[in-house]
Design a protein around this ligand. Structure first.
Ligand code: 7RM
Length: 664
C-alpha cells in the first residue's frame, strides 16, 4: 500500500479548518449480537435516535419525564431548567433525598433483601450487605453524625479505603445534606490538609489503615499529620479496618464502632432542594491548587442513574464490578450513586489487581459471578503486560458487558479486552466523561451501537459535542479540533467551590456559550467521536498538530510495547522533536536496535513525519493515582530540565527519579 508512508492517510483534503490532524486508520466495526440486542434496555438504533432527538430538541420535556420516572421526589419540581450561562439550575422547586433514592425506595420491594454491596477485602475477607442492611447502617451513621454536631450544609472529608463504610459515609452525608469531599486514600497529608482547608471541613472520616499489595496504608497517621494545620476540623471518626495501633486524640477522635453503638437505626430522610450541594471532588489543575468541582443533588443523581441504566444495560440479576476507587468521580458515579439508585448489586474490591497474583480481578469475576466489568485502559495495558496466562486460568463466563474509562483506549488494548476478557461475546462501552460532567457523556449503548476500537462513538442523551477550530468554526468530519459541549446537562458541575471566577474562566471562556472540555478530538466519517488526548499535550510535528493518543497507539501496536507516552521537545530545526517513552512487555529487552525498530514502526504505521526523534525505555511511566499518564512531567524530562510544578497527584515519585537518573 504505497499510500501508507506519505503524509497523512485517511484525510479528506478539503478539511482545512482543523486544529489537529488525525493519523488513525482504524475502521473495524463490532456490532452487538442479536442475542444481546434482544435483551438490551435499549435495543435498536431507531430507539436511540428517537430519544436522542427528543433530548436535544425538547430537553425540558425529555429531562422532566426522566426525572419523574427515574427519581423519587419528596416534593415535585416546578421548572426543569433555569439556564443563565454559565450557571444552570435543574428541577427547581423540587426536593428529594439522594440517599433515600439509593436505599429507602428499594425497601418494601423485591430488592430489599438483595445484595447492594458484595465486598471483598484484599486479605480475602468477604461481606455481603443487602439493601435493608445498608439502609440500617446509613441511618445509624447519619444519627451518629447528627449527634456529633454535623448539620445540613456542613462539609465532611472522607479518607477511607475501598470498604463498604466508604459508601455508608457518603450516603449518610447525602442523607443529612452534609456535603462530602472524598479524598483518595493514596493521597498525602499535604493533599488532605489543602482539601480540608479549602472546603473548611468540620469532620474527617477515616480508618486506622487500608490494605494495598499486602501492606497497610497508614491512613490515620496521614490524617493526624494533616490536622496539625486544619483549624476547622472538630472531630475525626476512625473505622477499625486493619487493627494496627493508632494514635488517638482524646475528645477529637472517635472510633466508628463506639460512635454507632446503641444508636438508633431509624432515620427519616428529609427532602433537600434539587440544587442542594451533594459533594465537592477535588481534581488537579495543570497548575496551581486543585479545583473543587461542585455537584448538586437531583441533576447529578439523574445523570448517573440514567447512564447506569442504559450504558451498562443494568438488569436486576447483574453483578456489577467497577474497579475505580471512590476517591475518583468514577467511584462516586459508578460505584455508589448510579448503581445503588438503580438497585444494582455492586461488587467492591479493596485492594490491588496484582495481589496476591496478577489474576485477582479474574479470580473475583469467576468466584462472584460478575456480569459487568468496568475498568481503565491503564489497567488493561497492565493486564496485557502481565501476560495472557493469568487470564486463561479463569473462565470469565459470567461476563456479558465490558466498559472502559479514563483515557483513550488504544485499538490494541481494545482488541485484547474484547478477545481475552470478553471472549468476543461482550460489547465494550468506551465511555468518555469527566469529573466535571458528573456522568458519562459520549459512549456506545451496548445493544445499539456498532463499536470501533478506540472510539467512544456517539453522544448520550442530551449531549451535543462539537469539534471547533481556533476561530470557533465547526471542523468537518475527519478533522480534529477542540472538544466542546453545547447546552447544559443535568449532571454538570455547578461551579468550583469558592471560586466561581475560575469556573467561568476554566470552562466557559474558551468560546463563549460552550463548555470547553480541554480535550482534542475529531469526528470520523461515521460521526463517531475520537478523543486524541488533552489539548495541552498535542504534538506539533512539522506543522501538523497530532494528538498523543494516535502516536502512542501506533507504538503500542508493536508486539514488544506495553505502554507508551509521547511528548514534544523544543527543537531548533523542526519546532518540536518527538520523544517517546516506552515500557516493554515481559520478555523484550531494550537495545539500540530495538529503538530503531520502534522508530521505523511508527514511520510505517503513521508516516515518516511522525518518526520519533528519540526513544527512551522506562520501567514505568509517571501516572496520576487514577492511572492517567502525566505527560507534563515527561515533557520536562525530555527537555532535560528538572521536574517542577505540582507532583502531589503522582502515584510514585520513584518513577520520575528513575527516568531522570537515565539522563546523561
Ligand atoms: C471519568 C474521568 C477526564 C479526562 C477527559 C479525557 C480523559 C476519560 C475517556 C478519556 C478518551 C475516554 N474523569 N478520558 N475517559 N479519553 N476516552 N473514554 O476519567 O476528570 O478524571 O478525567 O480523562 O481526557 O477529559 S477525569
Amino acid at each position: 500500500m504505497p499510500a501508507r508512508n506519505i503524509s497523512i492517510p485517511n484525510q479528506p483534503s478539503n478539511v482545512t479548518n482543523q486544529t489537529i490532524t488525525s493519523v488513525s486508520r482504524e475502521h473495524r466495526k463490532f456490532r452487538p449480537s442479536a442475542e444481546f440486542q434482544r435483551q438490551a434496555n435499549l435495543g435498536s438504533y431507531a430507539a436511540y435516535k428517537r430519544l436522542y432527538a427528543e433530548s436535544v430538541n425538547t430537553p425540558n420535556k425529555f429531562w422532566g419525564r426522566q426525572a419523574k420516572e427515574l427519581l423519587t421526589w419528596q416534593k415535585p419540581f416546578k421548572k426543569v431548567l433555569d439556564w443563565k450561562l454559565p450557571h444552570a439550575k435543574w428541577f427547581l422547586g423540587g426536593q428529594l433525598n439522594v440517599a433515600a433514592n439509593c436505599l429507602d425506595r428499594h425497601l418494601g420491594t423485591a430488592r430489599e433483601n438483595k445484595a447492594a454491596i458484595i465486598f471483598e477485602g484484599e486479605p480475602g475477607d468477604v461481606r455481603t450487605i443487602t439493601y435493608k442492611q445498608l439502609h440500617r447502617e446509613v441511618c445509624q451513621f447519619a444519627n451518629a453524625l447528627t449527634a456529633l454536631g454535623l448539620a445540613k450544609g456542613d462539609r465532611a472529608a472522607i479518607y477511607l479505603p475501598m470498604v463498604p463504610e466508604a459508601a455508608v459515609a457518603m450516603l449518610a452525608c447525602a442523607r443529612l445534606g452534609v456535603i462530602h469531599t472524598v479524598i483518595f486514600g493514596g493521597f498525602s497529608s499535604e493533599a488532605i490538609k489543602d482539601r480540608v482547608n479549602d472546603c473548611q471541613a468540620k469532620l474527617v472520616i477515616t480508618a486506622d489503615g487500608g490494605w494495598r499489595r499486602g501492606k497497610i496504608i497508614d491512613l490515620k497517621t496521614n490524617v493526624d499529620r494533616a490536622l496539625a494545620g486544619t483549624p476547622t476540623v472538630e472531630h475525626v471518626v476512625v473505622l477499625k479496618r486493619t487493627g494496627q495501633p493508632v494514635a488517638f486524640s482524646e475528645g477529637r477522635d472517635r472510633w466508628w464502632h463506639d460512635l454507632v453503638a446503641g444508636v438508633s437505626a431509624e432515620h427519616k430522610a428529609k427532602g433537600h432542594d434539587s440544587e442542594h450541594p451533594l459533594f465537592i471532588l477535588y481534581t488537579s489543575g495543570s497548575t496551581g491548587k486543585p479545583k473543587g468541582v461542585l455537584h448538586t443533588s437531583a441533576g447529578y443523581l439523574l445523570g448517573t442513574t440514567i447512564t447506569t441504566k442504559y450504558v451498562f444495560d443494568l438488569k436486576e440479576t447483574d453483578i456489577y464490578f467497577c474497579t475505580a476507587d471512590i476517591g475518583w468521580i468514577t467511584g462516586h458515579s459508578y460505584v455508589v450513586y448510579g448503581p445503588l439508585a438503580n438497585g444494582a448489586t455492586v461488587l467492591m474490591y479493596e485492594g490491588a489487581p496484582n495481589h496476591p497474583e496478577p489474576d485477582r480481578f479474574w479470580d473475583i469475576i469467576d468466584r462472584h459471578g460478575v456480569t459487568i466489568f468496568y475498568t481503565a485502559p491503564t489497567a488493561i495495558r497492565a493486564f496485557m503486560r502481565w501476560g495472557d496466562d493469568y487470564v486463561k486460568k479463569h473462565s470469565l463466563k459470567s461476563l456479558r458487558l465490558l466498559g472502559s474509562v479514563g483515557e483513550p483506549i488504544n485499538p490494541e488494548a481494545w482488541m485484547w479486552y474484547h478477545t481475552l476478557i470478553g471472549k468476543k461475546r461482550c460489547p465494550i462501552v468506551d465511555t468518555w466523561w469527566q469529573t466535571e460532567t458528573g456522568a458519562i457523556m459520549v459512549t456506545p449503548l451496548p445493544g445499539v451501537t456498532a463499536t470501533t476500537p478506540g472510539s467512544c462513538t456517539l453522544p448520550f442523551f442530551g449531549v451535543v459535542p462539537k469539534i471547533l477550530d481556533e476561530q470557533g468554526k465547526e471542523v468537518p468530519r475527519g478533522g480534529g479540533g477542540k472538544l466542546f459541549l453545547k447546552n447544559p446537562w443535568p449532571s454538570m458541575l455547578r461551579t468550583l467551590w469558592g471560586d466561581d471566577e475560575r469556573y467561568k474562566k476554566q470552562y466557559w471562556s474558551e468560546l463563549p456559550g460552550y463548555y470547553f472540555a480541554g480535550d482534542g478530538a475529531r469526528f470520523d466519517e461515521d460521526g463517531y467521536l475520537w478523543v486524541v488526548g488533552r489539548i495541552d499535550d498535542v504534538l506539533n510535528v512539522s506543522g501538523h498538530r497530532i494528538g498523543t493518543a494516535e502516536v502512542e497507539s501506533a507504538l503500542v501496536s508493536h508486539p514488544s510495547v506495553a505502554e507508551a507516552a509521547v511528548v514534544g521537545r523544543p527543537d531548533e530545526l523542526k519546532g518540536q522533536a518527538l520523544v517517546v517513552f516506552v515500557t516493554l512487555k515481559n520478555g523484550f529487552a531494550a537495545s539500540p536496535q530495538h529503538k530503531e525498530e520502534l522508530r521505523a514502526h511508527v514511520a510505517k504505521e503513521i508516516g515518516s513525519l511522525a518518526r520519533p526523534d528519540d526513544v527512551r525505555f522506562a520501567a514505568a511511566l509517571p501516572k496520576t493515582r487514577s492511572g492517567k499518564i502525566m505527560r507534563r512531567i515527561l515533557k520536562e524530562i525530555a527537555a532535560g530540565g528538572t521536574v517542577k510544578g505540582d507532583t502531589t497527584t503522582l502515584e510514585d515519585f520513584n518513577v520520575v527519579a528513575a527516568l531522570q537518573s537515565q539522563e546523561e
